[in-house]
Design a protein around this ligand. Structure first.
Ligand code: ATP
Length: 794
């Protein structure tokens, strides 16, 4: 809470001198980490130093270690690379180099290091901490430092932030920079897709990843690639060429006009022979494909960080400072990680050690182990990739009696990941022998026109990068005509339903679940897959489409800020969507460095507006013509009935007379559009497959419990006092509440929560959102880094 943070500030005042280092390969988001560490450090009463050029700054000292002020990091959020420089420092690998680094730190009074880099940089940091007691003793013995300096610096605090585009560190789902790199890759492959399809060509795309196939795997999933080569899952030396030919030819025979093969730099076969892009090209040429190679190279490192990396670097940077303040000699050095949606601290030594075991496993040709060591989700993602790209060869078919009719419907406003989710659910289901039916144009389409269309492989194969909804979406609900909905469910013999959409999708699921007593036909497993820019569906902290929207917003706000800075003293009030959910506004505020964020959760009053104008005035004074970074406020569309976007802008303009002026900017419906982001595509894949698995498992359970044959299954159950009875066999089983669920990401887990439970206990019905304001922390971090929290606490 704000109060406890204020307490902490007071108690920690003047505690530490922290140096921030960016080391190893540069990664988008490193600047955001520098900003967050600097400002959080200053907020908590510490002094923060930039250590320039990686460990070189520590070894050389002097001007390469410089104290950073609050204003020095203004405007850094959106800049790629690292402004404090990074380097591969040979000297730091030597003991004498580390001794010199120890001396420079002690003589500058620095007692904590926050290192943002890859596993090499963190290995160096860990070694440095281990050696520190000896190094500092040696300096004392040589009279290079005083006894007092020795006593005050006996312990070194190290905190790691994983900054690397490779996403090769174990113990964290994502490293700072990885998703920006993936974003760049998918953007470029999308361009290639267009020309490939036009000319019916094949493209071999080489992506970074000498030792880690994360970029290769995820770009394969996100671009709908036919085949991928990654180091953790090398194909057989003897038959990979035949296998590649078979898969690509099969897809061509099904009607695909293009072929995409992703090759990670470090691709090998199972005998550890490198597989090069040229070899892959030659194989494709042999089957008659006009093939080109594209090496994406260093563009994968470049550009502004995506929304997620700005978020990750920011919240992890703040947590790194908190970890410094909480550190004691007994606590092992932590590395700040993320598991699903939860920021966690892991022991640095263990994460580094486990990361190294992956390379060892590959060298020992123990590829199963390498895949498992990456993390469970990596192995699952690989399996998911195969299930949509390779298992259409019939190898994945389930027995005839287990095949299902799966329905998919889009409900609510369009978002960017509806199509990729539908594509994956369809391809995965078809590979198993199920039939997939798209209910077109939502429940209105079903009720008015019986609009159901069976989906085939070729219908959906290129939906991986399309925004909007190919099957049509609509806000209507089944309650508009429940009887007709039931009629079509009966007619098509649906065994399961995936409802993809926002709050209306959630409401639709609840209505169908509640109607089971009257319409036993709805007694099938049904799963809501949240997809909405507002991210307001109860039971999840992430919704498909919200990341794409945040990327759009960060680009939009960057442009607006640039305009504001070019015209000097101008402030923009940006109005964002979200209904009564402040998620989008809070997140946008965090990733754009907004001066203030207004959301429905935190009522606006005259005092807050006054304080924010005071902060704005102070910021302009501090800049004093030196810093041209623009200023923005973020305002949720429903934050207040009185303090509207226009009014806030007018008040700012009035208060700033002669000193600064204001404008409004409303991105509107562009927030719903555009090609889905890499995160939304990757999550669409894994969550859609989990929905399919849920439907299969639940069907199996029902069948198993009631001991029904496949034909009997379609005769359904009658509902009677909590017991469902097979119409045919008369056998009964207790109704399982968990067959109408919302899939979600909550904390560090993917969850399936019964819709009834969410509807009755966890929903704010009037405000159309969950009761859990899971983005609360974002506001605190935003306010801390904008200076708003300091204004409030002084
Ligand atoms: P990336 O993932 O981008 O390659 P990285 O941090 O793994 O980043 P490295 O080149 O391995 O990149 O390491 C960066 C720097 O960290 C090295 O130049 C060196 O200064 C330091 N470093 C790496 N390994 C060690 C080590 N074993 N001992 C001391 N310092 C090290």
């Amino acid at each position: 809470s704000e109060e406890s943070i204020v307490e902490q500030v007071k108690s920690e005042e003047g505690k530490k001198k922290i140096a921030i280092i960016t080391s190893g390969g540069d990664a988008p988001g490193m600047n955001a980490a520098v900003r967050a560490v600097t400002r959080a450090g200053i907020f908590y009463g510490c002094k923060v130093y930039a250590c320039y050029e990686g460990y070189t700054g520590l070894v050389k000292g002097g001007d390469m270690l410089k104290e950073l002020q609050w204003q020095d990091v203004r405007g850094l959020l959106s800049i790629g690379g690292t402004i404090i420089g990074t380097a591969r420092c040979k000297e730091f690998r030597e003991r004498w180099g580390r001794l010199q680094a120890c001396y420079n730190m002690v003589s500058n009074g620095i007692d904590a290091l926050v290192v943002c880099g890859g596993d090499g940089s963190l290995t160096g940091a860990d070694l440095f901490r281990k050696e520190w007691p000896e190094l500092i003793k040696e300096l004392l013995g040589e009279d290079k430092i005083t006894k007092e300096q020795y006593e005050t610096h006996r312990n070194l605090t190290i905190v790691g932030l994983v900054g690397s585009i490779d996403n090769d560190m174990c113990g964290t789902d994502s490293t700072i920079g990885a998703y920006s790199s993936l974003e760049r890759i998918i953007e470029l492959v999308d361009y290639i897709d267009a020309t490939a399809a036009s000319h019916s060509r094949a493209f071999v795309v080489e992506v970074m990843g000498r030792h880690c196939g994360w970029l290769g795997l995820m770009s394969g999933i996100a671009t709908g690639a036919d085949y991928i080569f990654i180091p953790e899952r090398p194909p057989s030396e003897s038959n990979w060429k035949d296998d590649l030919k078979k898969v690509c030819l099969r897809h061509r025979e099904k009607g695909r006009r293009k072929t995409t093969v992703i090759v990670a730099e470090g691709a090998i076969d199972d005998q550890l022979n490198p597989i090069t892009s040229e070899e892959v090209k030659d194989v494709l040429v042999e089957i008659g494909l006009d093939t080109r190679i594209t090496r994406l190279g260093h563009v994968q490192r470049g550009g502004a960080p995506c929304a997620f990396d700005r978020f990750l670097a920011t919240v992890q940077g703040v947590d790194a400072v908190r970890a410094v303040l909480e550190s004691t000699p007994a606590i092992p050095s932590p590395v700040i990680s993320i598991l699903e949606n939860k920021i966690v601290r892991q022991p640095l030594v263990e994460s580094v050690a486990q990361t190294k075991t992956v390379s060892a496993a590959i060298e020992a040709k123990d590829f199963d182990k390498a895949l498992q060591l990456r993390d469970q989700e990596f192995a699952t993602s690989y399996e998911n990739f195969l299930s949509v790209s390779k298992y259409d060869d019939g190898s994945y078919l389930v027995p005839e009696s287990s095949r299902l009719n799966i329905a998919i419907i889009h409900v609510g406003a369009p978002t960017s990941a509806l199509n990729p989710a539908t594509r994956v659910a369809t391809l995965n289901s078809l590979a198993k022998g199920h039939r997939v039916f798209a209910i077109r144009n939502g429940f209105a389409g079903l009720i008015r026109h019986g609009a159901v269309r069976e989906l085939n492989w070729i219908d959906v194969e290129d939906w991986h990068n399309t925004g909007g909804s190919e099957i049509g979406t609509n806000r209507s609900l089944p309650s508009d005509d429940m009887g007709t909905v039931a009629y079509y469910f009966q007619q098509y013999k649906f065994d399961g339903l995936i409802i993809i959409g926002g709050f209306e999708a959630f409401t639709a699921l609840y209505e169908l679940d509640a109607a089971r007593a009257q319409y036993p036909i709805f007694n099938i497993p049904m799963c809501c897959l949240p997809a909405t820019v507002s991210n307001n569906v109860p039971g999840t902290e992430y919704s498909l489409g919200s990341d794409t929207c945040l990327n759009t917003l960060s680009g939009y706000c960057d442009a607006v800020k640039q305009s504001a800075s070019a015209s000097r003293r101008r402030t923009f009030v940006v109005e964002v969507q979200g209904g009564y959910s402040g998620y989008l506004a809070s997140y946008a505020g965090l990733i754009t460095g907004a001066l203030a964020v207004y959301t429905p959760e935190n009522p606006i009053n005259l005092q807050t507006v006054q304080e924010d104008i005071e902060l704005l005035t102070r910021t302009y004074e501090e800049d004093d013509g030196k810093n041209r970074s623009g200023k923005i406020f973020i305002h949720n569309e429903k934050a207040s009935k009185v303090y509207t976007t226009d009014l806030i802008a007018a008040i700012i303009g009035e208060a700033g007379k002669g000193r600064f002026e204001s404008r409004t900017a409303v991105p509107g419906h562009v927030q719903q559009g555009k090609s889905p982001s890499s995160i939304d595509r990757v999550n669409a894949c894994r969550l859609a497959i989990k929905c399919c698995n849920f439907i299969e498992d639940a069907n199996f359970q029902v069948k198993h419990n009631a001991n029904l044959s496949a034909d009997e299954r379609h005769l359904r159950f009658f509902y009677d006092d909590g017991v469902k009875t097979s119409a045919v066999s008369g056998k009964s089983s207790v109704i399982d509440d968990n067959t109408s669920v919302v899939i979600g990401i909550q904390g560090s887990e993917v969850t399936f929560t019964p819709v009834k439970q969410l509807w009755e206990n966890e929903t704010h019905h009037k405000w159309r959102k969950g009761k859990n304001v899971h983005w609360e922390q974002l506001n605190i971090v935003s306010d801390l880094l904008s200076g708003r929290l300091s204004i409030r606490t002084t």
